[in-house]
Design a protein around this ligand. Sequence first.
Ligand SMILES: *Cc1c(COP(=O)(O)O)cnc(C)c1O
Length: 370
Amino acid sequence: MPRPIQAVVHLDALQHNLKIAKAAAPNAEVYAVVKANAYGHGIERVYSAFQSADGFALLDLAEAQRLRALGWQGKILLLEGIFAVDDLDVCAALDLSFSLHSQHQIAWLTQFQQINPDAKFDVYLKLNSGMNRLGFQAHEYTDIFKQVQAVGNVRSVSHMTHFSDADGERFGLDGIEHQHFIFNKTIQGLAGKTSLSNSAAILRHHQTLHCDIVRSGIMLYGSSPDYPAHSIQDWNLRPTMSLRSEIIAIQTVQAGDSIGYGSKFIATQQMRIGVVACGYADGYQRLSATGTPVLVDSVQTQVLGRVSMDMLTVDLTAVPQATVGSEVVLWGKSSQGEILSIDEVAAGSGTVGYELMCAITARVPVRIES
Ligand SMILES: *Cc1c(COP(=O)(O)O)cnc(C)c1O
């Protein structure tokens, strides 16, 4: 028998969550963001559930290639654009759209006209409206837009920006409103489609949905973009990945006994401890120490002590019937249907659902459930 750990990808939940995104942004095209191998779920695994997306957005040419190999003939948008002039060969061959955020990229695009005079591209000019990662400043944007429009191999120029605070408390003139205002003001009078909102903006900032394309990521994967302000239940989202394992040993410890490396947990009374076949080499965070929630036989209990490479230990006080072979859900859904959202686990680890789902390692077998 293989080691009992397993990740389950729930296709019905992926489909459901995409419907929620579409219902939230009924007048926009909804692109499914599948970067980082579909947020750790696997592009090939999620593909069938996302067939009704209006497009896909990702970063890697290799991931775009995989989508084309699956048969996707619709739009694919490269969120970071090209990294070298040669990338344009692949963009032409696979018909990829891409963001343009720097003069380097514009120079490569211009240079490529000599390499392949027939290729034509749909580009997304990126406005830096306040995130200060990628994009052009508002004051230079109109000139650059005209410069890009004049490049011979450009078929269309769309406008794109990304919000830094769609999930947070900065609503007003120091937050998303400000970025949205800068965007609208900058592109005023310029032709072209617009692409604005990430998951948090789709769910929380309806004024940002008056655009042509939204880019939904994390909400499709059953994590709330603004937890703990809202849970997945509040947004009517369903978990799309369940990390499950089993208890492989049980210890009874006495008051004063310690558990695991560094003796980080010391029992104050006699208690039963379950040892679970899941550790940081599976992608479970080592920081998920004592108190991080976990389900044993669908009952919520907690991690105790330090997570080690291949194992972690859980408190069985609330689950007296638990035995070797009992199901343990690290996040997601138990086989009885009990839900432990990835956001609750992430909060116990000082991180976000995004990081947990992306961190699942190659040694964890993945099963698809429809
Ligand atoms: C990752 C990403 C998104 C999706 O963000 P979520 O918070 O996961 O919805 C949208 N736009 C850009 C540019 C991104 O990099």
